[in-house]
Ligand binder design. Structure first.
Ligand code: ADP
Length: 277
């Protein structure tokens, strides 16, 4: 395993989020973390990327404690899209995407053809090339999200950790992004681990799902193993039906409303209003 957490204790000052969390990110697979709000998914992801130092236990990257590795070294192997992104002021899209190349560049010297190629590829892959000269802080939420994803892609790492990468994206861009990640996994063997809220997106794209609740890994496995009525009830307090996606054969989670639909009284036709056939 290239990246794993071994019995980590995760906390913010005195607030303990996880006491003894262990998980191994499967190599060359797409894994997804799900769990209720506040269950510790973002915190776990941050610790895996060394953005948060565990109070106990350790995170291993390629067999070494991640705390012992130089930042540049980590950034060449692992990119993270955190949930909260702080965009520098008055920076253009293209300049921000160039930040992704920092771990690969020497402090002096012109960018290499590979640097340029990766930046162009990252812009193209996220459909942000047309925005290259715009200021990032003037973009819509969805456009900005795509630009930050481009920064991660330009970093050219084998491991990609993404915290709710589909936030702000409309469904078309959500699918485009998840398809892109699936392609990077399928064609280049990149290891992807991400937090997703949508069970059906998780079902469709994950090879492996981790279910977190109150800082504990309550179960893990394939979408079919994990996305069951039982998990939905016990972990999410949700009543669901599980169907089958007719295309992929993967599970389809259908949350059921808690109260039955109200009985509708036939509406009276307002004179002059268009009649429905
Ligand atoms: P999830 O990603 O599953 O929604 P988080 O990892 O964001 O959960 O949060 C886990 C717990 O840690 C929550 O109770 C949250 O309020 C708390 N928390 C998250 N970030 C911070 C922080 N920066 N400082 C203090 N508490 C935090």
């Amino acid at each position: 395993m290239r990246l794993s957490a071994e019995g980590v204790e995760l906390r913010y000052d005195r607030k303990v989020v996880a006491r003894n969390l262990s998980l191994e990110i499967p190599d060359n697979q797409v894994s997804v973390l799900i769990g209720p709000n506040g269950s510790g998914k973002s915190t776990a992801l941050k610790s895996l990327a060394r953005l948060l130092r565990p109070a106990g236990g350790r995170v291993l990257l390629d067999g070494a404690s991640i705390q012992s590795l130089p930042t540049k070294e980590i950034a060449r192997r692992l990119a993270i899209l955190p949930q909260v992104l702080t965009t520098p002021e008055a920076i253009t899209v293209e300049d921000l995407v160039w930040f992704g190349r920092h771990p690969h560049r020497r402090t002096v010297g012109a960018p290499s053809p590979q640097d340029r190629e990766m930046v162009e590829w990252a812009l193209r892959s996220t459909d942000t090339a047309a925005l290259r000269d715009q200021y990032v802080d003037q973009l819509s939420g969805g456009q900005r999200q795509r630009v930050w994803i481009a920064v991660c892609l330009a970093q050219q790492t084998d491991l990609l950790l993404l915290d709710e990468p589909t936030t702000f994206l409309d469904v078309t861009y959500q699918l485009e992004l998840l398809d892109l990640l699936a392609r990077l996994n399928g064609e280049e063997g990149k290891t992807i681990a991400m937090v997703l809220h949508d069970f059906n997106m998780a079902a469709e794209y994950a090879d492996h799902i981790f279910v977190l609740a109150a800082g504990e890994l309550v179960c893990q496995g394939t979408p079919r193993e994990v996305l069951t009525k039982e998990t939905m009830r016990t972990v999410f307090s949700l009543d669901v039906e599980i169907g089958v996606n007719p295309r992929s054969g993967r599970p389809l989670v259908i949350p059921l409303r808690r109260r039955p639909a109200p009985h509708r009284v036939a509406r009276q036709t307002v004179p002059g209003s268009p009649t429905r056939s």
